[in-house]
Design a binder for this molecule. Structure first.
Ligand code: SAM
Ligand code: DTB
Ligand code: SF4
Length: 324
């Protein structure tokens, strides 16, 4: 199969062919991914989003990677839903630092309708600053997706995290199907979908391939695909997982780019542990979005001045956020 696959968006990827992509010699894989990347995007533009945890910790779910689960002793101070003026102050700061999208995350299994009303006010406030909005709040009902859409929300983040096979090793308090159901509600409401996963959780090659297949074979590719490297947090069950080979992470980005040629692939959590050179490889392989700002939700992210200097050294500019 040639690089011409990028001309048509496919939704019928099979494990065998995706495994063959993963197993290509590194240079061949990167060349193929980068060629496809160039067909759809300016290779020197990277979109930047900033994150804010608007409700922190005390979550009832048992996601094995997450410091915000109430079940683990992660040394985190729980915080109730933030007042809107603090959220807007933080959004303005992110905008001043150069972010085009503001992503607000809440440690909920699923929000209450009352919570959605307050989040809608935040969305409207952030939009009025001239930024794009994204929220990640857990599982939603139809009524809630409609309310978020009516409030002007641009993106909803809801990750599949891993393959269906490996899911129960990571989370037991909800099913893969629960995630897919919320994703289809978000899609049906007309909100852009941000959906990806985490690697470095002890999953195997098939799990990584199957996660990307699951994303690419959705009825529509997510507009935004965050690929997170596990941030190992003391107290969580995933602390101490075997570190993933950095080249495997870069391969993950490259295969995501090949399978979803028009989506923004985000080099997401885990960048503090990555060298500048590794990140440059990720951009070459097709990553064209990052989380920017000194914090992710509860853990550290590279300092903004470090990212700005990396962009300058690479000749990378920050982009608007258009879907190709
Ligand atoms: N509670 C909501 C949910 O789970 O959908 C929204 C917030 S949750 C923290 C958002 C995403 O952050 C998770 O789906 C997961 O992919 C990612 N995440 C959480 N902890 C992480 C970690 N330690 N390393 C990498 N990604 C992580
Ligand atoms: C995503 O895929 N990664 C972000 C965002 N979507 C919400 C979150 C990463 C969280 C890393 C751990 C933390 O800071 O708590
Ligand atoms: Fe809760 Fe989300 Fe963390 Fe899971 S990932 S424990 S649902 S905040």
């Amino acid at each position: 199969m040639s690089a011409t696959i990028a001309m048509n968006l496919r939704h019928d990827w099979q494990l065998e062919e995706v495994t063959a992509l993963f197993n290509l010699p590194f240079n061949d894989l990167l060349f193929q991914a980068h060629s496809i990347h160039r067909e759809h995007f300016d290779p020197n533009e990277v979109q930047i989003s900033s994150l804010l945890s608007i409700k922190t910790g005390s979550c009832s779910e048992d996601c094995g990677y997450c410091p915000q689960s109430a079940r683990y002793d992660s040394d985190l101070t729980p915080e109730a839903l933030m007042p809107i003026d603090e959220v807007l102050k933080s959004a303005q700061q992110a905008k001043d630092q150069g972010a085009s999208r503001f992503c607000m995350g809440a440690a909920w299994r699923s929000p209450k309708d009352k919570d959605i009303e307050r989040v809608v006010e935040m969305v409207q406030g952030v939009k009025s600053l001239g930024m794009e909005t994204c929220v990640t709040l857990g599982m939603l009902t139809d009524k809630q997706t409609d309310a978020l859409k009516a409030g002007g929300l641009d993106y909803y983040n809801h990750n599949l995290d891993t393959s269906e096979d490996y899911y129960s090793e990571v989370i037991t308090t909800r099913s893969y199907q629960d995630r897919l159901d919320t994703l289809s509600r978000v899609r049906d409401a007309g909100i852009n979908v941000c959906c990806g996963g985490i690697v470095g959780m002890g999953e195997n090659d098939n799990d990584r391939a199957n996660l990307l297949i699951e994303l690419a074979n959705l009825p529509q590719h997510p507009e935004s695909v965050p690929i997170n490297m596990l941030v190992q947090v003391e107290g969580t069950p995933m602390m101490g997982s075997e570190k993933l080979d950095p080249f495997m992470f870069i391969r993950m980005i490259a295969v995501a780019r090949i399978l979803m040629p028009k989506s923004r692939v985000r080099l997401s959590a885990g960048r503090t542990e990555m060298s500048d050179e590794m990140q440059a490889f990720c951009f070459f392989a097709g990553a064209n979005s990052i989380f920017y700002g000194d914090k992710l939700l509860t853990t550290d992210n590279p300092m903004t001045n470090h990212d700005l200097s990396l962009f300058e050294r690479l000749g990378v500019r920050s982009a608007g956020s258009s879907y190709a």
